[in-house]
Design a protein around this ligand. Structure first.
Ligand code: G6P
Length: 369
């Protein structure tokens, strides 16, 4: 396997660094053209998406977090109501079926038992508009849906999902734009701007990966901690969730994530000098709100590690560490902001000496309930 790993120590590290290529491959169909076509989701996608009034996203684990980001995109850009559910919850709860809802299942493997069962459950309820976003073309989930989008991340071996997640986000961005266009919510100018940003993603991700040495230093500092708190707002709240999940999975540090506005409703009680607080702080419309949340943390002695954008003016000071992302990326910013969190958990796990690619008690694909 050493050959396959090439210059890398672990599959997870290799897969983190493969993200520019994985995104480029997944977005290949928009490389040349200036429009987004529903056909990328299947031959009949135009009809299905045209009749879609709502979206229900179902997934597990990291794929669930991709769905949570998409909810912000779908409602704000396509104007389509969106709900996101954990597959193991959806399959067993009594819910209201709606034939005008597009059911979107997201799965790296296409074999996760709960996601497959939730999809079958939705179909039994009469919801036949179904779309799989999946990394494995011949998987069980892909065989069950009317529409499909195959991410082209390539095989993902590390148990902690990385390149599958960012390519799922790319697919969900395309879905958002396709639905926005069908609903006359996308001007030609906007479409062009979004497509340009999508095409530039591999380059943008490459620049973010260059932050690794600084992130490694941060990882050294908090690998000895027992707990960590991740904060984010808006479309970056799911990125905080994903950062906490990654840290838990491979470094075994207890990590929690919160929407930063909820801090005062509970987790602030946990903050002291032994609790590092990681904040996802892009220069978006919520930055000022987030800054006041961060002051609340500082006032309680919490040590802050802030992933800011180039333009976010958050001064470095005692107990406030800032890492600046190379550029601000608007709607697609979650795709970039997850990358330093992947690197942070990877390096924290290295310091702790855990089995990065095969963390204890976890499986790559959970094919039993
Ligand atoms: C397992 C993996 C996670 C993954 C989840 C969902 O828990 O360890 O990395 O996110 O399953 O898997 P799927 O293949 O459905 O995306």
């Amino acid at each position: 396997d050493a050959v396959e790993l090439g210059q890398y120590r672990h599959y997870m590290q290799k897969e983190i660094f493969e993200q520019p290529q994985a995104l480029g491959n997944t977005l290949e169909m928009i490389a040349g053209g200036n429009t987004i076509s529903p056909q990328v989701f299947g031959a009949h996608a135009g009809d299905v998406l045209g009749a879609t009034r709502r979206v229900l996203i179902i997934a597990c684990g990291t794929s669930f977090h991709a769905g949570l980001v998409a909810r912000y995109w779908l409602e704000s850009i396509a104007g389509i109501p969106c709900a996101v559910e954990i597959a193991s919850e959806y399959r067993y709860r009594v819910s209201v079926a709606d034939p005008e809802t597009l059911v979107v299942v997201i799965s790296q493997s296409g074999e996760t038992a709960d996601t497959l069962a939730a999809l079958k459950h939705a179909k039994q309820l009469g919801m036949d508009k179904t779309l799989a976003i999946c990394n494995v073309p011949e998987s069980a989930i892909v065989r069950e849906t009317a529409l499909r989008f195959i991410t082209r991340a390539g095989p993902e071996i590390g148990v902690a999902s990385t390149k599958a997640f960012t390519t799922q986000l790319a697919a969900l961005a395309l879905l958002t734009l396709a639905l926005a266009k069908i609903n006359d919510r996308l001007t030609a100018d906007d479409e062009n701007t979004y497509l340009t940003a999508l095409r530039h993603l591999p380059v943008a991700v490459t620049k973010v990966l260059e932050l690794e040495p600084e992130i490694e230093q941060w990882a050294q500092r908090f690998a000895s901690k027992q707990h960590a708190l991740f904060l984010g707002r808006g479309r970056h709240w799911p990125i905080a969730m994903e950062g906490a999940l990654k840290l838990k999975e491979i470094s075994y540090i207890h990590a929690e994530s919160y929407a930063a506005g909820e801090l005062k409703h509970g987790p602030l009680a946990l903050v002291d000098r032994d609790m590092p607080v990681i904040a996802v702080a892009p220069a978006d419309e919520l930055l000022e709100k987030l800054k006041s949340n961060l002051q609340e943390v500082r006032a309680r002695g919490g040590e802050l590690y802030v992933f800011a954008d180039a333009g976010s003016e958050i001064p470095e000071s005692d107990g406030v560490h800032i890492l600046h992302m190379p550029e601000h990326y608007g709607m697609l910013s979650p795709v970039l902001h997850v990358i330093p969190l992947q690197l942070l958990s990877y390096h924290a796990a290295l310091v702790k000496g855990t089995d990065v690619d095969k963390p204890r008690n976890l499986a790559k694909s959970v094919t039993v309930e």
